[in-house]
Each structure stands twice: as C-alpha cells, then as structure tokens.
Design a protein around this ligand. Sequence first.
Ligand SMILES: Nc1nc2c(ncn2[C@@H]2O[C@H](COP(=O)(O)OP(=O)(O)OP(=O)(O)O)[C@@H](O)[C@H]2O)c(=O)[nH]1
Ligand SMILES: [K+]
Ligand SMILES: [Mg+2]
Length: 441
Amino acid sequence: MPPVIDDTVFALASGAGRAAVAVLRLSGPGTAAIVRALAGALPAPRQASLRRLRHPHSAEVLDQALVLWFPGPRSYTGEDSAELHLHGGPAVIAGVAEALVAAGARPAEPGEFTRRAFVHGRLDLTAAEGIADLIAAETAAQRRQALRQAEGALATLYGGWAARITALLARQEAFIEFEDEDLPEGLDDAVAGAAAALRAEIASHLADAHRGERLREGLLVAILGAPNAGKSSLLNALAGREAAIVSARAGTTRDVVEVRLDLAGVPVTLADTAGLREAEDEIEVEGIRRARRRAEEADLVLAVFAADQAPDAGTLDWVRPGTLVVVNKRDLALAPATIGGLAPIPVSAVTGEGLNALRARLAEEATARAGLGAEATLTRPRHRAALTEAAGWLAEIAVAPLPELRAEALRAALRAIGRITGRVGVEAVLDLVFGEFCIGK
Ligand SMILES: Nc1nc2c(ncn2[C@@H]2O[C@H](COP(=O)(O)OP(=O)(O)OP(=O)(O)O)[C@@H](O)[C@H]2O)c(=O)[nH]1
Ligand SMILES: [K+]
Ligand SMILES: [Mg+2]
C-alpha cells in the first residue's frame, strides 16, 4: 500500500522570471477545494476555462487565468491536480502563490510532483529519471535517450527481467516445498539454465562501454600542449567565440577554460588548459597541475603541437592509443607524418585550415564513446551497480549447492533489480508459488 498523502502542494511549473505566461501546478486531495476557493466553480475536467482568481480572504482579484482541472487518477501525479496559467509577472505569481497558501496548499519540494506520481504507481524510478533528464537535455541525442527512458524503455526491460526472476523463484520455491512429490523431471536444472541465460542478457546490456551514461553526462575532452602551441586559439575556433585569452606570451592560460559543444548530438565539455612546461611561477605551476588532472579525468585528450616546433616531451607523454594528436600552425610549417606513433590532424587556428576535419574527427570520437544505440541503454551508475549485483547473484545459482541457496540468490537478484525500478516485488512470488505453478493439489 502506498503511503497516504493528505496535503496539497503547488509550484511554478514554468521557468522563473518575467514571461507572457506562468504555469502554477497544484496536486493533492485538497486541489478541488483550493481551486474553488480561488476561481469559483471547478471547470470541466481537462478543459481550459478563463477565470478570475481571487484571494480567498480579501476577495481581491489577482489575475485572469486559464484554469485546468485534472481529477485523479488520470493525472500526471495520479492525484487530483490543476494548472493555473497566469500572466507571467512576478507580482502576479507571488499574489496567487500567497492565495494558494491561504487556501491550504503548501509549496512543493523539488521533484515532489514526480515523486507523487511514483508513489501512485504512475511511473517507475527509471521513468522519473528520464523526465528529469528530458528537462536537462541539451542535445537532440540526449533528448531522444531521455524520452525513451521517460516513456518506460528501461522500466519495461528491467520489469521483464524481474518478472522472469520471479517466475524462476516460484519454481525454485516449489521445488523446495514439494521435493518429495511428483515434480517435472529436471526442474532444478531448468531453473539454473534459465538463470544463466538471463545473466548473459544482463551482461550484454552492461557491456555498453558506458555509452548511455556518457551521453547523459556529456564527454570531457581536454586540450593539452606546450605553451603557445595554440590551445586557446583552437578552443576559440571550435567554440566560435573568444572564450579564452590568446596571446603571444607563453604561459597565458592558467585556469581551465571550458566551453560546451554539441558534437553530433553528444554534449562535450571542451577544456583548454595551461601549457605544459617546467614552470617557476607558483600560479603557473598550479595551472599545470590542473591541466594534468583534467587530462586524467578526460574521456579524450587532444594533444596539440605546433608545426614550427619540435614535439615537446611533456605533451608526448600524453600521446597514447586513443589520444587525438593535432598539429597546429600548419600555415607556418608542414606537420610531421606521425607523432608518438599516431597520425596527426594538421590545422591552423588562424587560417581555419583543417578545422572541419578536426570537428568531424571529434564528432566521430564522441559518437564512438557516447550515444544512442538501437536498444535502450542504462544511463546512470546506480543502474549499472544494481545490474552488476543482480548478474552476480544469478551467477551464484550455477554453483549454489542447495535449492535453498539458489532461491536465496534469486531473491537477492530480484531485490537488486527492484531497486532500479523502485518496485521490489518479492511478495509477488508467494502468489506465484501457489498460483501459477500447477502442482495438482
Ligand atoms: N601562425 C599561427 N599562429 C597561431 C596559430 N594558432 C595560434 N597562433 C598564435 O600563437 C600564439 C599563442 O596562441 P595561444 O592560443 O595563446 O596558445 P596557447 O597554447 O593557448 O598558449 P598558453 O596558454 O600560453 O599555453 C598567439 O600569438 C596566437 O595568435 C596558428 O594556427 N597559426
Ligand atoms: K599563449
Ligand atoms: Mg592558452
């Protein structure tokens, strides 16, 4: 049984600040009474009605608003709820908010509407996360991934796995319960086989190279190189604006300067860093420390060399398989054929030569590391942790010597998956044991 929610909450559902329209949303059992207190009679369900809103105590008219009434359970939260579409001025919003409090509502906590929807079974935790991601999505690929999750792709996948484990558990329990009786031959082996097959499915879902998580969080790309290689010039050229200071003086950049890029739908944080060298100045030393740390955290390192300089040892250290090697200042000299065993991309931040090729290569690298697959992908470390745990328990079944231990492992696997969706259905097993499974008694 879900906990009983007896209060009514409201919040500004549209963005803060002056706008043509502001939407206040209300949800909870007191919604109908509160709407009546401000707007008079309740409008017909799900139809916009123009109403004067009055303060319930002073009867002062606060606004002319569109009022929508969504009786539960067919509402977003599953509760009685309403929307007030106000004129979007701060004083209007404040006045109506105060009137709502006077009528018995309270301001909602962050995420409370979606939380209520979860409590009322309108969505599972993964769909709730999908909605949060949809609101935060910056690129088209992020939006598609979030929408897929909000529409229940992960809920369906994980719910299906949970149902299969529940059925296996039912059989395993029956095997324990009715051991002396006429059970189908090989029942125990069939459970082990099905558990192994499911474990393999979960393992292949986990072997996604973190693409969904990376798409959700964005990729970190760090630009590294010697002072004056043209790192800041490249950052500016890729960002299309003067985000970082460029100068002929070596050691210009100290702090990490970040820009956000949309590379083929993958959000990328591109970081410009201090030039690597043996520095004396304590501020520059700190800048170089930050540069190295950023490169260690990065999903991709862009090692920048200048065509008119021999490759420096400090940057060469970072040239490894997977590093993107760039030779800048191509307008001054030819780029070498290889640096540290990798073929560099020749560019000139000044003339623009090679920048399209660099952008294309970056987009290729980004989509190789993050992005939408044909199948629904997990998007959060908590999904990964719980699925890894579930797969571990399913692996136990192959080696568990006793039926009771197998049942215990199945129960643990079910709980782990139940944590992802927020629906821990161990109770459901009891019904299945004596219901679905036909023992003939
Ligand atoms: N000719 C030429 N000059 C360039 C190019 N890119 C950058 N420069 C110049 O090289 C100098 C250094 O550029 P920056 O972008 O400040 O170099 P940086 O690598 O960020 O330097 P630090 O921040 O000091 O590490 C500036 O005078 C730029 O105008 C290029 O492609 N060709
Ligand atoms: K510089
Ligand atoms: Mg710089």
